[in-house]
Unconditional design. Structure first.
Lengths: 235, 235
DNA sequence: CGGCATCCGTGACGATACTG
DNA sequence: CAGTATCGTCACGGATGCCG
């Protein structure tokens, strides 16, 4: 029996603040629950639906699907079908979506002091520490890719060049090796590698510890040959 | 009959993302609907409940009260009772709350390109344009208070000194005349006054137009005697 | 009158089950 | 694997009432 129900207005017509204000307009697009965390995930590169769902513990499947659809509609995200070998599709940020990096960065910096104890219910992923670390590595003069090793896993960030984080319009002005500001897992080509523990990583993010200081104190171990590694080592 | 109901768990127990991540922790505190817009209002200075309700069209009374209570609990807001003559109380941001300025600023900058046409349902307040203008005025070397006149009303911003917006921890590094980054209405003591229309104001916020250029083109009229006014005039 | 609290209707959210 | 369907619950928006 073909049950006939209304499609339930599934498209979740966006609830607008209806204010002629740049901030309110932003929040119309990214103010919904989970939206900015999806951006955080996609800043690490293209992801499949299942990967997103795995790295966003607590989001329900329908909300994730709905958000992705909304974000695609708003021009923040594109959905790309991978070539035949891999029968899957991935979501990735548009330039407009990547432009949210300064927002995420500001949020991460503001939230860093509140990131003290890890509650038993808290999930963790290594690449969640990429945003705070970006600020600490942004002051480097040499540009390049830094691979970061934590106990919780590894990720990599595009460091140096300055202004990639606080900066303005596009994501221009960094290394061309990576399409994104950071990524999960090991780097395809890393110019430097650092290993540190969570405490040091958090202190760097909070600005309580400078990279130079951390290297001197032995809280950060550096490896690599290029000028970027040398700069991290040398201060 | 004294009806006995459970207090209905009024305190709106905060729904946490439960992620050990600085961004997620931030969103735990300011990710709820209306919260960041309340911060936007309070960045203009201390406000009474009724004023907040008037400048946040669409928010319901109970949600506003609930948010203010939550924000007070989170340490973003304090409630201060005014001295007897005025039998009222005002809400104002704590230092921690003021630290959200870079977040609001980043959101405003990202949303500026989307602020094109004004829809008929859109509300407007003059001081909503303070945040975008802050970026344009932040490059000035002389610090001071600029009073801004729009057709929609007037407001004032603390300009110059640089880094007050993109910068880091506190709100330090500006003028001491104002406790806040900007304010509604005319300034108590203005070092310069500018008059412009909405189009010019939006173009400045979008970065399509520099202040120098706007002054040259006559889209911004400057008045005032001090060095700050001279710098705005001169470029 | 300012500052909420209460009631109510709608819809967004979260969890689970299910399907192409 | 990538979502859709269903459902209970709660948050939101609007109006109204209360109380100092």
């Amino acid at each position: 029996m073909p049950r006939q129900q209304q499609p339930a207005a599934r498209s979740s017509r966006r609830r607008s603040y209806d204010q002629f204000c740049a901030t309110a307009r932003s929040l119309d697009l990214v103010g919904d629950r989970w939206t900015l965390l999806i951006v955080r995930e996609l800043l690490a590169g293209a992801r499949r639906y299942t990967d997103l769902h795995a790295d966003l513990p607590g989001v329900s499947t329908d909300v994730l699907a709905s958000r992705l659809k909304d974000m695609e509609h708003s021009g923040l995200v594109t959905r790309r079908r991978l070539p035949p070998p891999a029968a899957a599709s991935v979501y990735e940020l548009t330039d407009r979506g990547r432009g949210l990096l300064p927002v995420l960065s500001a949020l991460a910096e503001w939230g860093a002091p509140a990131l003290t104890e890890r509650r038993p219910t808290d999930a963790v992923r290594a690449h969640w520490f990429a945003l705070p670390l970006l600020r600490a590595l942004d002051g480097l003069t040499h540009a390049g890719v830094v691979e970061v090793h934590l106990d919780e896993g590894e990720f990599h960030v595009r460091a140096g060049g300055g202004g990639a984080v606080a900066g303005g319009a596009g994501g221009a002005g960094g290394v061309e090796d990576l399409p994104t500001a950071y990524g999960d897992g090991p780097a395809p080509r890393a110019d430097a590698r650092i290993a540190l523990d969570i405490e040091a990583c958090l202190a760097l993010g909070r600005g309580e510890l400078t990279l130079t200081q951390a290297v001197e104190d032995g809280r950060v171990e550096v490896s690599g040959e290029g000028p970027l590694a040398a700069e991290i080592r040398g201060g």
